[in-house]
Write a protein that binds this ligand. Structure first.
Ligand code: PGA
Length: 246
């Protein structure tokens, strides 16, 4: 299991960031679950080390390279700060203006810096005639279409239905629906990945994963792990969640 702790902007001071990181390291050592922490960018350099029991991810990378770009956080700079992964296309970034085209550009910059991209895709709502499936396909096609087969195979997919984000376990996707959607995403991935890579591709789920539903969602749903938001910034809640799937 791979669990990405997406701290979003919940963590805004150094003592809290340091305490969460220490707790996560202990948890990684004792649980055997692979943990990746995605702190706000300013804390990356402070927390990320090249080796250690947890790896680090940027929550986003810029769609540009360096230069006269005030305020941009480039893929090269987060890599230099110690990130091994980069989340791109999170729905909260998409809501702030990232289109599929921008996400594809960010993905290319992450790959160019040898960051492992975690590409988020997810529908805002479900409809009875499967239009949301076409939307998921479109997001994947736009992001992966311009990559080499090898690059595309290195991308981790995070399926995050927007309607399930930031709620409670009761509002998360039912395991059977997750299994069905993961299967669909894998079928779409097969169009872009060579050979048997789609069968092996890592698909994560995100959206109100909590200690109460983690085990069921990790069951026979075909997902390799989770992207966890609010439940990752409360040490006891996060520990209970990780132990539930360990
Ligand atoms: P949540 O967030 O766990 O708070 O729903 C998940 C995410 O947005 O990555």
């Amino acid at each position: 299991m791979l669990i990405i702790a997406n701290w979003k902007a919940y963590v805004e001071d150094v003592p809290k960031a340091a305490a969460l990181a220490s707790a996560a390291k202990r948890l990684a050592r004792t649980s055997g679950v692979e943990l990746v922490l995605a702190p706000p960018a300013p804390f990356l350099g402070l927390l990320a080390r090249a080796s250690g029991p947890v790896a680090f991810a940027a929550q986003d990378v810029s769609a540009t390279t360096g230069g006269a770009k005030t305020g941009e956080v480039t893929a090269a700079s987060v890599r230099a700060a110690g990130a091994r992964y980069a989340i791109v296309g999170h729905s909260e970034r998409r809501a702030a203006g990232d289109t599929d085209t921008v996400v594809a550009e960010k993905l290319r910059h992450a790959l160019a810096q040898k960051l492992v991209p975690i590409l988020c895709v997810g529908e805002t709502a479900r409809d009875g005639d499967g239009r949301y499936l076409a939307r998921l396909r479109e997001s994947l096609a736009s992001a992966l279409g311009g990559l080499t087969a090898k690059e595309a195979a290195s991308v981790i997919i995070a399926y995050e239905p927007v309607w399930a984000i930031g709620k409670t376990a009761a509002d998360a996707i039912p395991p059977a629906d997750l299994a069905e959607t993961a299967l669909y995403l894998r079928k779409v991935l097969a169009e872009f990945l060579p050979g048997r890579s789609a069968a092996r591709a890592a698909i994560l789920y995100g959206g109100s994963v909590e200690p109460e539903n983690a085990r069921a969602l990790a069951g026979e749903t075909g997902v390799a792990g989770f992207l966890v938001g609010h439940a990752s910034v409360e040490p006891e809640t996060f520990a209970a969640l990780v132990r539930a799937v360990a």
